[in-house]
Ligand binder design. Sequence first.
Ligand code: 2M8
Length: 445
Amino acid sequence: MTSARRALAQVVPGARRVLDENWTGSSTVPSRGLYPHQWSWDSAFIAIGSRHLSVRRAQRELETLLTAQWDDGRIPHIVYNPAVPPGAYFPGPDFWRPSTGNTGAPPGVATSGIIQPPVHALACLLVHHADPRASVRSGFLARTYPRLAAWHRYLTDRRDLGGGGLVAVVHPWEPGMDNSPCWDAPLARVEPVPPETFQRADLDHGAATDRPTNLDYGRYVRLAADYRDGGYRDGGYEDRPGADRPGAPAFVVEDPGVNALLIASEHALAEIAQSVGADPRPHHAGAARLTAALLDRLWDPAAGLFLCRDVVGGGLIPELSAAGLLPLLVPELPRATVDALLRTAAGEHFGLGTSVRLVPSYDLRGRVFDPSRYWRGPAWFNVNWLLERGLRLHGAVPEADALRAAALEVAAASGFAEYVDPYTEEARGTRDFSWTAALALDLAV
Ligand code: 2M8
């Protein structure tokens, strides 16, 4: 049997086992030990895979998350499982409660107050595609469409903090790539809280060398606490007295991955709108506006890559992250931009198909590249799944096929690792990780 066939034969039963073991009855934990609650973009990726096992379960996954949506439309990045002891994950549910009381969070559900990338409309559409008749019969799209539309409205109306038509994130946990070197400069301005004021739980389950540092955590806690204490207010600081704009977040970044996913999801929402008899045109128009803003504000022709913009400090951040390749998911990207991205993906910084088989999260030649440490170099399966989709979308079929084969092989061989060393393909982080299993399953079938 060839290694590709062996991988395929292992992936389907292995992925099913992981997803079954991590299913709680209403959603799926990313991993039983390290991440014992529901995470927003994890659930979107998980549903994309679990639709091949059970469409009803995939629908439930997404609807459990959408039930935790706040009044302002935001989908929180964590929905806490009340059955899990509070100390099992830091920060726990109590951390996010503001002293001022009401946040617009739904009653009876404990959630965080920050967000994650908007992959949800794309996930809902793909779950619908798995069995359109059952989906129409159960009213899945009709129920989810208004919530997804409110979510996108929150992002475009409340999170355009840079004023240039893109969504900004206010915490490194929001773009999902927690300790990306792109955040080093903006984070350097943040005064960390003292280490004795919080108790990390992640190091009980993961090697310290694979995880963010204590200094990173001190800054994550400071930013999250400030946002909470400001009542999760987005924008509107300009009218406040004081030169340092009290209440304004210290970390405001426009990330190409987050915005590319919103564009892909806005197109998916147009298709969902059409299916439920609503007008798809506003969604297409929204996607076109975001695409123009993405090209205008984040494209760097010299790098041949989309970069992050530091809204507080000003200017593009000169670090090359795999997030900058994710605009390949955008259908209306100009051909010259697509070609430049393909050259960058295969070039010395990402080495795809030349020095590595899976794209690393960060520049292989970067100043702080580390093949083991979380989002500072390792290859992640969600990023590679998105890239595979983007390559296929723009006709790079041999590259997409090679990436698919490698992802399947490495997912199975690594025990469905959270991430892998991009050179050796050895497992890093936790094992039996849900989105690795789900997305491998999606690539396998
Ligand atoms: C990681 O983030 C959480 C905080 O949200 C953590 O480090 O505890 C990231 O990899 C993020 O992208 C992911 O959604 C989450 C759960 O898998 O873990």
